[in-house]
Design a protein. Structure first.
Length: 83
């Protein structure tokens, strides 16, 4: 699986995990979680547009940084894909 496809799948799984947590506990919804969801969606859009433009091009440093920030934020909020 390519890096872009793998990242898209991971972001999809992370977004699903956040939505499942929100459904199971309505008190879980807050501005940090909302911002995380928006960041995930923006990353997905950026990755999609990069893939359309250059196929499997090397990611720009900003995209790597965004990817790492999303995972760091998810960890701080107690969200893990390992569960």
């Amino acid at each position: 699986m390519s890096m872009a496809k793998s990242a898209r799948y991971e972001m999809y799984r992370l977004l699903r995990k956040v939505r499942d947590l929100e459904k199971s506990d309505p008190a879980y919804q807050n501005s940090r979680v909302k911002n995380l969801k928006n960041d995930i969606r923006q990353f997905q859009r950026d990755l999609r547009s990069l893939s359309k433009a250059d196929g499997e091009a090397t990611w720009p440093p900003e995209l790597f940084e965004m990817y790492n920030q999303i995972y760091d934020t998810a960890k701080r909020l107690g969200i893990s894909l390992d569960d």
